[in-house]
Structures are given as C-alpha cells and as structure tokens.
Design a binder for this molecule. Structure first.
Ligand SMILES: *Cc1c(COP(=O)(O)O)cnc(C)c1O
Length: 418
C-alpha cells in the first residue's frame, strides 16, 4: 500500500464525504509548481482555487510567517496589535473604500457584508427613510457555504438540502437589466453581485448591468455589495474587478488570495455604511489576527514591488490570446473569456470538460472545471509566458486527440451502416 492509498483509505472511513479529491498527495511546492510524494512536479494553474497568488514558498511570505510566528500568533480582538490598521490602510487605499472588518474566510466576510447591509437599512429606517430588508442576488452566483452566504448562492444543490435558508433573497437573471429593474423596489436593502462570477463560470457582468445596479441602489439608499473574494486583490490586473467598470460599491469583500494561503477575509465599506455598526454588534475570535495580517501585508507589498498587477494583465492577455487561437482550431471550444489571470474556455460538453481536466492532470498540469463545461484557469500572479505556452500546447494536443478519436468513431459508424 502506498502512502497515498493508506491516506485515502483512512479518509474514506473518518471524514465526512464532502469532497471528491484527485488521487494525488502533494508534499511541497516551489514557484508555480507543486511537488507530489514521488517528487513529480505539476504546473499549478489553479493556485488552490485562487488562493496562492504568489505561488509556493515565496520568500516574502516565508519571511513574514517566520517573523510574526516568532513574535505573536494570536491576541484576540480584545487588544491592539500592529497589523490590522496597517492592512486596512493598504486595502482602503487600493479599493477606494474607507473602513475594514477582518474575518477568517470568504463566506464569513460575505456574512459580515450581508449583516452590514441589513443594519444599514435599519439605521436608514430609524432616520425615517422608506427601505426594506430584501436582498437581490444573481443567478449563477456563488457567495459561500454558511447560511447567509448559501441563501444568496443560486445553485439549488448548494441551498436546497439545508432549507429553510435565510429568507428575503430574490434572484435576478444574470446580466438582464430589465429583470433587475423589475425586481428592484424600495423593499430592497442591497444588490449583491460578483463583478465577474467565479464558480458560475468566469462570467463578467456587462457594463450596462453593473452601472444600472449602481444607479438603482443609489436612487433609494440601498447598497451595492460586490463580492471580490475570487476576482479581487489583483487577479484581474486591478486591485478589484469593479475597477474595470469605473464604479464604486458601498461594500466589498476579499478573501482567497488575501494572506497568501493563511485564512483571512475582509469586509470593506464606505464611511456612510460604517455608521450602522457599534461595538459589540459584530465580531470574531480569530479574524484579523497578527499572523494573517502580517502575511497579507507582505502579499500586497510584493504585488506592488514585483509589478504583479502588470504581470497579471500582460501574461493574462497572452493566455487569453492563446485560448482564442485554440478556439479557432477546435470547434469543441464554444467560448473563451475572462480578465487578467481569471480565465475560462467553455466546451460544448461536460464529458469533454472532465476528460480535458483528467488529461491535463496526466500531463502534470492542474486546472479545474466549473459550471460543468467551463475549464477554469486561476494561476498564480507570478506566471510567465513560458508556462502559458506549456498549457496551451497541452490543451491543443488533448483536443486534437479527442477530435481525431471522435472522427474515427464517426467513420467507424458510417462503415457499419455501409
Ligand atoms: C470562494 C468564494 C466564496 C467563499 O469563500 P470561502 O473562503 O470558501 O468561504 C465566496 N464568494 C466567492 C466569489 C468565492 O469565489
């Protein structure tokens, strides 16, 4: 029995069966590569679902971990430490928002954003304004797995087994401005969107839709809340994906890449929204601890120092061009889309998408498939054009072999009929 086999057997007996893992045991990493227990190297184009933005064993992360680990790991939010205000300053400067709250994960940041929106609407009501408690969220959205987040997540399989979920959420058809206008009333306290949907298949909102959401919300005092947990902190080539649209949200959330692999989430909001919160209303034991904040500061400073927004833009454009050239050669690719290093190629069948992910894995390249048919690429920001060439060549080879096999099968079928 290999080490991997014994771990698989133990997990099968001991863990809740929530995951269908790939049969690989990673033991270390370096740059954009992961290394398994046999010493085999894998090109990682997924970075732990958009988390490992600086890749593996980045010296800036190691240095921050060691330095802060030796000083203090946890203090609780009953006392001050050096990191929260320093990190909040960096995040507010880069997002155009004014205040921060630190949580531990994406879903927890999103819960905070939802609570903040409800509390703000309550404040407006107490000031005599006509505003309700309803949330508008989007079809194909994904905001996390806890009750509030899952209530605003569209896919039924994530929500329905756990019903009743949090009431007061209505879903709007994706990019459907007329549907948004029809559902927006003074009952709505917030419009909740991802500027570019992640789990939903790397789907950017149209400029028209996001601008309309902004102006509808502003017209009643409702909030525009943008979930940047997957797209934010540089992945699209800007600090936040909404900055491609020239609008500002009232609240945004960050998490996945924020602390380079250490769990950390953030809720950022305007001064106006912050009026709704008073000491004791919201909080967390672990959120914004010294270790996570120190690493997040190192991540942000490294993105600046190494010009990684520019790298995400340039290498992302090169990657997107490569995917477009593949789409010209392979009919099975029905769409290519994304921004920066948040990219997708949509295929014409779920079986083929699964096949391609498996074949890429055999070639030691990690990607995944979301929304059944969408190949998703969320590589580290330190990706180079040479890594892109490797990935595009592998995809080309896999799709070529697939269409040759399909034509072979078709030719075989015709012979049978003949
Ligand atoms: C991953 C994700 C979440 C949830 O984050 P967790 O850390 O898994 O709780 C929420 N929103 C978006 C857009 C995400 O991609």
């Amino acid at each position: 029995m290999t080490r991997l086999d014994s771990i698989r057997a133990a997990e099968a007996k001991l863990l809740l069966p929530t995951y269908e893992r790939n049969p690989i045991l990673f033991v270390s990493g370096e740059g954009v590569h992961l290394i398994d227990e046999r010493g085999d190297r894998y090109l990682d184009l997924l970075s732990g679902i958009g988390v490992n933005a600086l890749g593996y064993r980045h010296p800036a992360i190691e240095e921050a971990l060691l330095r802060q680990g030796r000083a203090i790991i946890h203090t609780s939010n009953l006392y001050y430490h050096e990191g929260q205000a320093e990190l909040a300053l960096r995040l507010t400067e880069r997002t155009g928002l004014q205040r921060a709250f630190f949580a531990n994960t994406g879903t927890e940041a999103w819960e905070g954003a939802m609570k903040l929106a409800r509390a703000h609407a309550g404040l407006l009501r107490s000031e005599g304004k006509q505003i309700g408690t309803k949330f508008l969220a989007l079809e194909q959205s994904f905001h996390g797995r806890t009750f509030g987040s899952v209530s605003t997540t569209h896919k039924a399989k994530y929500r329905e087994p756990f019903g009743p979920v949090v009431p007061g959420v209505e879903f709007v058809r994706f990019n459907d401005v007329a549907d948004l206008r029809a559902k927006f009333t003074d009952e709505v306290c917030a419009i909740l969107v991802e500027a570019i949907q992640g789990e939903g298949g790397i789907r950017p909102l149209s400029k028209e839709f996001l601008l309309e959401a902004r102006s509808l919300a502003s017209s009643t005092g409702a909030l525009l809340v943008i979930d940047e947990i997957q797209a934010g902190l540089g992945r699209t080539g800007k600090w936040c994906a909404y900055q491609h649209y020239g609008i500002q949200p009232d609240i945004t959330t960050l998490a996945k890449p924020l602390a380079g692999g250490i769990p950390l989430g953030a809720v950022l909001c305007t001064e106006e929204v912050s009026r709704a919160i008073h000491p004791g209303m919201h909080g967390t034991t672990f959120g914004g601890g010294p270790l996570a904040c120190a690493v997040a500061i190192a991540v942000i400073d490294t993105i600046d120092r190494d010009h990684l927004l520019e790298n995400a833009t340039q290498v992302g454009a090169y990657f997107l061009a490569g995917l477009h050239s593949l789409a010209e050669r392979h009919e099975a690719i029905i769409d290519v889309r994304g921004m920066g290093l948040m990219l997708a190629a949509e295929l014409d069948s779920a079986d083929l998408a699964k096949h391609v992910v498996g074949e890429m894995l055999k070639r030691h390249i990690l990607i995944n498939c979301t929304s059944d048919t969408v190949l998703r690429f969320l590589p580290p920001y330190v990706l180079t054009p040479a890594h892109v060439d490797t990935a595009i060549a592998a995809l080309d080879e896999i799709l070529m072999a697939h269409s040759a096999a399909a034509h072979g099968a078709l030719a075989g079928g015709e012979t049978n009929h003949g």
